[in-house]
Design a binder for this molecule. Sequence first.
Ligand SMILES: [Zn+2]
Length: 576
Amino acid sequence: MINLDAYPSRSDPSRAKCYLIGSMQTTIVFVNYSQNIYSHSILKRTSLNSNHIFLDSKFWFNVGLKQLEKIVNVAKNNDDNSYKKKAKNIIIFVGDGMGVTTITAGRIYKGQYLKHGPGEEERLSFDEFPYTALVKTYNVDKQVPDSAGTATAMFCGSKAHYGAIGMDSTRSPNNSTQGRLTSIMDWAQKENKRTGIVTTTRITHATPAATYARIYHRDWECDSKVPEQSKDHYIDIARQLVETSPGNKFNVVLGGGLQPLGATNPRETRTTLWEGGTEKVCSRNDSLNLPEMWLKMGKEINDERAFVSTQKELKQLDLKKINSLMGLFRNNHMTYAIAKEEGEPSLKEMTEAAIDVLERGNKSKGYVLLVEGGRIDQGHHQNYARAALHEVYEFDMAIQAALERTNKNETLILVTADHSHAVTLNGYPARGNDILGFANKPGQDPIYETLTYANGPGFKDHLNLNATTENIWITNFTDKQRQSSTYRHLATLPLPDETHGGEDVALFAHGPGSSLVRGVFEQNYIAFVMSYAGCMGPAKDFDNSCQHRSSAESLSMSLLLFAAISFVPYIHIFDN
Ligand SMILES: [Zn+2]
């Protein structure tokens, strides 16, 4: 999800004009190109289209709190007190682009890949979670969203514009304070919780960036990408990670992205050619080496820090002794798991390392961790169905590892997607048919695959350039070609980059606070679930449930103290 050039630019004057007209509540004349009957229709602009610029964080915070109120009231009416349960730790897993079709296909893929059986009956780790809901993903200005606006909704509690990171719809390219939001990581740090992010993309990519950066546009990952007019107002995403709060206080930063941080590995190997806009990565003009700076800053404040760039280095660390860990394993994104390059840890290994660094037992106030399976999305964008489904499998293993490594009574685990994709699961393959195979029988015409895309580069790969009217599509790919990780499934419209899908995505929840996840809601409510369950941020004082928890905690502390004091005389006797 990087090819923003294909879309109308946010700085496009025609768009600005549209906002202006909308904000003045004027009428607009739609002129039809064919000058037909509709050419003089005059429509009064009263819809959200004209007003969406006013849907700022205040509006969305109200939406989030109202949703919380609704769910709490339903629980109260049912004498269900589970909503009050508080989470010491929160892990939010985001499968980027993991729509419901991808979940179903990924589940079948898992069963077939592991040779468990036909596949359809397989269970993903989060299929077992007790609570689920549907999430509305649209951006303030887009029916079908991008990862920046959706991540801002999930982590900062306010829906935002397409392309915006950590800023609400009042953002400005010339003013970095206007529309600035705080994230779950700020909220957690304020409560002395530990914090971390793990991703398979560059650490500066949209989804992880929305946890720590406030920037007008997601593409401003390096200083070289910040436009001249905004340079006095914004520092790039990579520098924000290392220099400003909350990024500079993260205890865990694991993923790809050496290059935007100015630490490019010139000897990096690349044995599989992956294509598409996501394979491009920016470089720094200011020659800063941000991981080096991060280590130096650690020394100045006596923080026990470690930086690693290989799987081996990661394995050699004594994670329980490290306070802050940064691991960047590729110049760009991590490699797709299906063709992983040597020396890269898996998402599961990174997740386990993150939990080991964040867990500090009873002495700690807990932690908040984001784990992103970021390349499900990018596989789909290139119609690499096999690569995308294998990413789901890897993502599932990371979630399983988190379930095994954490205490279910104190850890809220959320699994969701930021948006869906234009991928379909076609009828009617037989039960147990290869999910990456054909939906109908060979010899039937036209032959088609179970997984096809509505659009994307797969169109051209399958188009028979010598076509007569009968053979438009190439049907004679060999099995070997079709099993390649860079084989593209068919797309029915030619686009260089397959699009996201706009339908609702699922949210799965496990652990304390999970019962707040039910029904259908706006995506920004997810931040309010974490806020309320984690006793941090804007919903901390929604009711007195957090105070009750604190008083319960202090009561148990006093009891412990009382017990300890009561034992003192006896200890003395034994001493004698
Ligand atoms: Zn995308």
